[in-house]
Design a protein around this ligand. Structure first.
Ligand code: SAM
Ligand code: SF4
Length: 333
């Protein structure tokens, strides 16, 4: 019997997020510079390596696997990977899911459903075509909406993730909520995080604290705090008037680390024990050094044994402290 992954603070690690590519068909201003240099292909884990690595984590007790990026659905051959992972569902793995910008969902909804994906997160910050184009630089809102419709048509539950951006979508708070109510989708707001160097975009200028967003919601609706937690930085409320569930991801204003159950792997096989810390373990080395999975499992266990207690993000002193240099598209959101 394989011992589960328990970190030094007695947290059980059963949730893995894996970035399968650093590439994307959008260039969201808070995530990427317009002219990004992407990694050479040989640096990325191959689809086979991704399968071996995720399977090792499942053997070590991971029950939920979230695929992200970059945009996971632009990775060539990605369905081979999803189809492979589906063999673990019901025998170790409880949930296989992804976070996507929705641009390719039109094509992928059915094959994803066939691979056992039942719920997805779609990132969408505005319902205005021109603003969508401005924030994603390259995206089409119409295409994303078609993708969401396709996912719902095959039976998937869709949750919308919206980054709260000062002066950008503040005025759409109630429209986003109403749209999600009509479409039967949950909605989660994310506070903008200091990840990577965005070039001309100033991070503090974009920062809209969710405390403020929540207060505005509470001014119009009755919000009831929900006990249910995912082990991550999200807190949930029920909007009594609509019955909707709304989440708030506030890595900067709340300490969620005590219940953290997750780790992340980048598309190059770097295992980050904490989103907000630089410490990582290389898994590509052991994957490529041996066809046996022993060294890989050993590297995973050794890394979990040094998972830190928490992160150091802090905007409170009006300067971005605790900034980590890698981009969200590298670690995976
Ligand atoms: N491309 C996919 C998507 O957009 O859903 C998956 C990867 S994306 C990096 C994952 C999530 O991270 C998205 O919801 C995105 O809005 C969020 N994100 C990216 N940069 C961020 C930042 N600096 N602060 C907060 N959230 C960010
Ligand atoms: Fe691409 Fe997602 Fe980053 Fe936007 S947030 S640029 S869709 S990886």
């Amino acid at each position: 019997m394989t011992a589960p992954l328990i970190d030094p603070f007695a947290r059980r690690i059963d949730y893995l997020r894996v970035s399968v590519t650093d590439r994307c068909d959008f260039r969201c201003t808070y995530c990427m510079a317009e002219h990004m240099t992407f990694l050479p292909k040989k640096e990325l884990l191959t689809l086979e390596e991704l399968d071996r690595m995720c399977s090792a984590f499942v053997r070590l007790g991971v029950r939920k696997l979230r695929i992200t990026g970059g945009e996971p659905l632009v990775r060539k051959g990605i369905m081979t990977f999803f189809d492979g992972m589906s063999r673990h569902l019901g025998s170790g793995l409880d949930e296989l899911t992804l976070t996507t910008n929705g641009s390719q969902l039109d094509r992928f909804a059915q094959p994803l459903w066939d691979a056992g994906v039942r719920r997805i997160n779609v990132s969408l910050d505005t319902l205005d075509d021109a603003k969508f184009k401005a924030i994603t630089r390259w995206g089409s809102l119409e295409k994303v909406r078609r993708g969401i419709a396709a996912a719902q048509a095959v039976g998937m539950r869709v949750k919308i993730n919206a980054v709260a951006l000062k002066g950008f979508n503040e005025d759409e708070l109630f429209d986003l909520l109403a749209w999600c109510a009509v479409e039967g989708m949950d909605l989660t707001f994310i506070e903008v995080m200091p990840m990577g160097d965005m070039g001309e975009v100033q991070r503090l200028d974009q920062y809209w604290p969710l405390k403020d967003l929540r207060a505005r919601l509470a001014g119009r609706f009755t919000l009831t705090d929900l006990a249910h937690r995912t082990g991550g930085p999200a807190r949930y409320v029920r909007v009594e008037e609509t019955g909707q569930q709304v989440g708030f991801i506030t890595p900067l204003t709340h300490n969620f680390c005590e219940s953290c159950n997750r780790v992340r792997v980048t598309c190059t096989g770097e295992l980050y024990m904490c989103l907000g810390q630089e410490d990582m373990a290389d898994l590509r080395g052991p994957l490529r050094a041996s066809e046996a999975d022993g060294p890989l499992e050993h590297a995973i266990r050794a890394a979990i044994a040094r998972k830190p207690k928490g992160h150091d993000f802090d905007y409170s002193r009006q300067a971005v402290a605790g900034q980590v240099t890698r981009h969200m598209s590298h670690t995976g959101g």
